[in-house]
Design a protein around this ligand. Structure first.
Ligand code: RUB
Length: 326
């Protein structure tokens, strides 16, 4: 089936990490489904199948950020629940759901900033890792409230997303220092709070985030520094309620060792996992747009968010997706 050029562009963008960060990935996917629904020219009966097909394609771009399937399911489940209305109203349901998700997501990041900033004190030294808009939202809001914070931003090898974080903080006038990932424990004694984002939160409160997060949390735990995770509720993984694991993406070795070196040393073996799992014991709190929770309460968020869907649409849509061979 031919896919709209904009859908392919979003897929390629996510895969190549031009579009990255769990929140942005989710919004881009919702937008791509909107484009697909708008351009659909078939019958009413075929619309859901077509959108499931497009969703499967988008979902296969990167495996870890649960916000991606959650955003797609947000749209698909609403289309599925609104069948037999005629093609135009059904298309409108898809467009409305996609826009609704995008607006919700943008607002959620803002609210997390507002809630999280209350936990930041004047003079706090904050350490963050990678480049999380939700974590940045907290730091920037605290700064705007007049709190004189200082930030350590890790480089975040091998893709150096920490440079983006540093640039954003500096552009707001927030004092920041870029540090090598390996210097985290060295600086931890000066840190008051660690604030990080998430690609996925499991039902047991474990957090999947950029590789190195679990080492940072461990180091913070050792130094009795509090660890906060900034995560919108659509980063919580409903399928972990049934014991499913979040897939950890393993990326190209050339991100770690350059191609020339690989060619000159054909025997070299490289591993490049993009994410790791931090157990709930090393996390003090998860800041969501619905409020702050202990990681152990993650399953309650999931039941509130997906309880109804788990018994109906969500599962069904996923089964449909599996039928598509993905
Ligand atoms: C990004 C990353 C971010 C989370 C949260 O990894 O690990 O911490 O996605 O980001 P990558 P946000 O660069 O590999 O996508 O808060 O912006 O959703």
């Amino acid at each position: 089936m031919k896919l709209p050029a904009e859908v392919v562009k979003v897929f390629e963008g996510i895969k190549s990490m031009r579009i990255r960060g769990a929140g942005r990935i989710a919004r881009a996917a919702a937008r791509a489904l909107e484009v697909a629904a708008k351009g659909y020219e078939g019958s009413e009966e075929g619309l859901l199948d077509y959108l499931v097909y497009v969703a499967n394609y988008l979902k296969s771009s990167r495996p870890t950020a649960v916000s991606l399937p959650n955003a797609l399911n947000y749209v698909l489940s609403r289309v599925k629940a609104a069948k037999d209305r005629g093609i135009m109203p059904l298309k409108e349901v898809a467009l409305k759901a996609a826009r609704e998700f995008i607006n919700y997501s943008l607002r959620a990041v803002e609210i997390i900033g507002e809630i999280g900033a209350k936990r930041v004190k004047d003079g706090d030294v904050i350490l963050t890792h990678c480049n999380s808009s939700a974590a940045l939202s907290i730091i920037i809001k605290a700064w705007r409230e007049g709190k004189e914070v200082k930030v350590y931003a890790t480089e975040t090898r091998p893709k150096f997303q920490g440079y983006l974080t540093f640039k954003t903080l500096s552009s707001k006038g927030i004092p920041a220092r870029l540090i090598p990932d390996s210097a985290v424990r060295y600086f931890m004694k000066d840190v008051d709070k660690v604030i990080l984002g998430a690609d996925a939160v499991a039902a047991n409160g474990a957090v999947v985030n950029k590789i190195g997060t679990s080492l940072i949390a461990l180091s913070a735990h050792e130094a009795r520094v509090r660890v906060f995770i900034a995560a919108e509720t659509y980063k919580f993984s409903p399928f972990t309620l049934f014991g499913e694991l979040v897939t950890i993406e393993e990326r190209d070795p050339r991100e770690v060792v350059n191609s020339d070196y690989l060619l000159a040393n054909p025997g070299i073996k490289v591993r490049n996992p993009a994410f790791d799992v931090t157990p709930p014991e090393y996390i003090d709190a998860i800041i969501t747009e619905r409020g702050i929770i202990a990681p152990q309460a993650a399953s309650l968020v999931l039941m509130e968010e997906y309880g109804r869907a788990i018994g109906g649409c969500l599962i069904k849509v996923t089964v449909d997706m599996e039928d598509e061979g993905l």
